[in-house]
Design a protein around this ligand. Structure first.
Ligand SMILES: Cc1cc2nc3c(=O)[nH]c(=O)nc-3n(C[C@H](O)[C@H](O)[C@H](O)COP(=O)(O)OP(=O)(O)OC[C@H]3O[C@@H](n4cnc5c(N)ncnc54)[C@H](O)[C@@H]3O)c2cc1C
Length: 471
C-alpha cells in the first residue's frame, strides 16, 4: 500500500524523513516556506566565496551513517545511499581552542598544560560514552535494547542528573575546567542546570571520537539528504509556506494537498498555529545569536585553529542574562575559520563569528556596542594585531530577528527547551499521539536543544515507528 505523505519543512529533519519514507515506497511531497532547502542549515555567497550558515560542526557521525543504512534497508537494492548523498566527513585535528580568562587550551588538552591532568581524567571517565549516547539518540525508547545504554550512563552520573549537579560532584576537577565543560550546554542553548548530565560528557566524547566538517562545508549534508529524497521520488516545493493543516488536507498559499499522513518537521509552536490552536507562550527560551560571516583580506596567523571558542570571564552571569533575555556584558563566541581551499573551495580565507545573544528578536549591526566590544575582546584573546571584523572585506550578518523567521520566539536557536527531566525519551510533544494517528512530528519541535544528531536520531525513531504503523 502506498500512502500519500506530506512533510512540512525541508530542514535536515524534513529532508531525512522524506527520503526514508519515499524510499520505503510512499508518495511523499515536501512543502518548504523558504526558497532554499536545509532550513537553519543554509549556504550563502559573500563576495563570491562560499560560506555555510547555521550548524558548523558534526558530532556523533554514526547517526548520519544510520540514516544512510536505513535508506538502503527500506528500499530496493539499487544505488547505495552513500553514493547518492556523496557526503565525506573530515575530522578536525582538535575539538577547538578555548580561550578563558588568561588561559588558552585545545581540547583534548595537551600534555604540559595546567589543565591536562584533570582533562585527561575527565576524558578517560566520559570519553567512552559515545556509543551509549549514539544508542540513546537512535533507539526507540520502547525498545528493550536501549537499557544497556541507559544503565551505562546512569552508572556514570548516579543521582547527579543535570550537567551542573554532575560537574559539582567532581571535587577533583578545577573550577576553570568545569566552566569549559559546562559552556557546552550552550550547544542546547541553555544553562548547565537545565540540561541532562550527558551534556557534560559531550565535550569528552567529542574529544575522544572527534568533531567533523563535511568536505565542501556542512551544507553538503542538506544537499546529500535532498539528493536522497529526490532519488527516492520525493517532490519538493520550496517558497510554498503551509498555512493550515487538517486531517487529510495540507493547505499552502498556492494549493491544497491531500495526505493520508502529515509529518511536521517544524520548530516548536508553528504546527499548533497551523492546526488553528494557540501554542502556550514559552516560559524558557534557548539562546539566540549574532553571526557575522566575512571574507578576510589575508590569512590569520598559523596558530589559529578551525574552531576557536571565547569564554566569558563569569559564565554564570552570561547564563543569567540569557535567561532574562538581556544583552550580556560578555558572551561566549565561536570563530570558525577556513583557510583558502580548506573545506570550502574558496580562493580567499573566510570566517564566521558567532556571538551568543539573548532570544529577544533584536536586530544587530557591526556598530552595536555588544558586537564591537565582544569582537574586539575575541580578537585580543586570539592575539590578532588587527580586529577580526576589520579584516573582513565583505560580510553578511544574521541576528535574532533573522532567526525568528524560522518561527521560534525571539529567534531562539533551539526553540523553547523542555525541562531537563523531559529531554530524550520523555520528550513532549511525542512523535505521534494516538488521538491524531495521521499526524507525526520530527525535528526541532520534538528535540528542542538537539543538534543534527538529535534531529536525525529522532528521524530514525519516528520513521521506523511510522513505517511499522503504515505497513
Ligand atoms: C546558528 C546555529 C548554529 C548551530 N550549530 C550547530 C552545530 O554546530 N552542530 C549541530 O549539530 N547543530 C547545530 N545547530 C542546530 C541545527 O542546525 C539544528 O538542530 C537543525 O538544523 C534543525 O533541523 P530541523 O530540520 O529540525 O529544523 P529547521 O532547520 O528549522 O527546519 C524547519 C523548516 O521548516 C520551515 N518552515 C517553517 N514554517 C513553515 C511553514 N509554515 N511552511 C513550510 N515550511 C515551514 C523552515 O523554513 C525550515 O526550513 C545550530 C543551529 C543554529 C541556528
Amino acid at each position: 500500500m502506498t500512502s500519500r505523505i506530506v512533510v512540512i519543512g525541508a530542514g535536515l529533519g524534513g529532508l531525512a524523513t522524506s527520503a526514508v519514507l519515499a524510499r520505503a515506497g510512499h508518495e511523499v511531497t515536501v512543502l518548504e516556506g523558504q526558497d532554499w532547502v536545509g532550513g537553519k542549515s543554509r549556504r550563502i555567497e559573500v563576495a563570491g566565496q562560499r560560506i555555510d550558515t547555521g550548524p558548523s560542526l558534526v558530532t556523533f557521525p554514526d547517526v548520519l551513517e544510520q540514516i544512510l543504512d536505513t535508506y538502503d534497508e527500506v528500499g530496493p537494492a539499487t544505488e547505495k545511499a552513500r553514493d547518492i548523498a556523496g557526503i565525506t566527513l573530515e575530522r578536525l585535528p582538535e575539538v577547538g581552542r578555548y580561550y578563558f580568562k588568561d588561559q588558552q587550551a585545545n581540547l583534548p588538552v595537551e600534555a604540559g598544560h595546567p589543565w591536562h591532568e584533570s582533562w585527561a581524567r575527565f576524558e578517560k571517565e566520559n570519553g567512552q560514552l559515545g556509543p551509549a549516547i549514539t544508542n540513546l539518540l537512535t533507539t526507540d525508547p520502547t525498545d528493550p535494547g536501549i537499557l544497556g545504554a541507559v544503565l551505562r550512563l546512569l552508572s556514570r552520573y548516579g543521582t547527579k542528573l543535570t550537567t551542573q549537579a554532575y560537574l559539582d560532584s567532581l571535587s577533583w576537577m578545577p573550577d576553570d575546567v568545569k566552566d569549559v565543560v559546562a559552556i557546552h550546554t550552550l550547544n542546547a542553548g541553555v544553562a548547565p542546570d537545565q540540561t541532562l548530565a550527558l551534556y557534560a560528557s559531550m565535550a569528552a566524547v567529542m574529544s575522544s571520537d572527534g568533531v567533523f566538517v563535511p568536505r565542501g562545508g556542512v551544507y553538503e549534508i542538506a544537499k546529500g539528504l535532498e539528493a536522497l529524497a529526490l532519488h527516492a521520488g520525493v517532490t519538493i516545493h520550496t517558497g510554498e509556506p503551509v498555512v493550515s493543516v487538517r486531517k487529510g488536507l495540507v493547505t499552502t498559499e498556492r494549493a491544497t494537498y491531500n495526505a493520508d499522513y502529515v509529518v511536521s518537521a517544524l520548530d516548536g509552536g508553528i504546527l499548533e498555529g497551523l492546526l488553528g490552536k494557540q501554542a502556550p507562550a514559552p516560559k524558557v527560551l534557548s539562546c539566540s545569536g549574532v553571526a557575522i560571516f566575512g571574507v578576510l583580506d589575508e590569512e590569520l596567523p598559523e596558530d589559529i585553529v578551525t574552531h576557536s571558542v571565547m569564554m566569558p570571564d563569569r559564565p554564570a552571569e552570561l547564563f543569567d542574562d540569557l535567561g532574562k533575555r538581556v544583552v550580556p556584558s560578555q558572551t561566549m563566541a565561536f570563530l570558525n575559520y577556513y583557510r583558502a581551499n580548506t573545506i570550502y573551495p574558496n580562493d580567499k580565507p573566510v570566517a564566521a563569528l558567532l556571538l551568543t545573544a539573548p532570544p529577544n528578536g533584536m536586530s544587530a549591526s557591526l556598530d552595536d556596542e555588544f558586537v564591537k566590544s565582544e569582537s574586539r575582546r575575541f580578537s585580543d584573546m586570539l592575539g590578532l594585531d588587527r580586529g577580526i571584523i576589520e579584516r573582513m572585506t565583505d560580510y553578511t550578518i544574521l541576528d535574532p530577528e533573522y532567526f525568528s523567521g524560522f518561527g521560534a520566539v525571539g529567534g531562539a536557536l533551539y526553540g523553547a527547551p523542555a525541562p531537563w527531566w523531559r529531554s530524550g525519551p520523555f520528550h513532549t510533544p511525542a512523535y505521534n499521539s494516538p488521538l491524531t494517528p495521521w499526524l507525526w512530528r520530527v525535528g526541532s519541535s520534538v528535540h528542542p536543544g538537539g543538534g543534527i544528531p538529535a534531529v536525525l536520531g529522532g528521524v530514525l525513531i519516528a520513521t521506523r515507528r511510522m513505517l511499522r504503523k503504515i505497513d
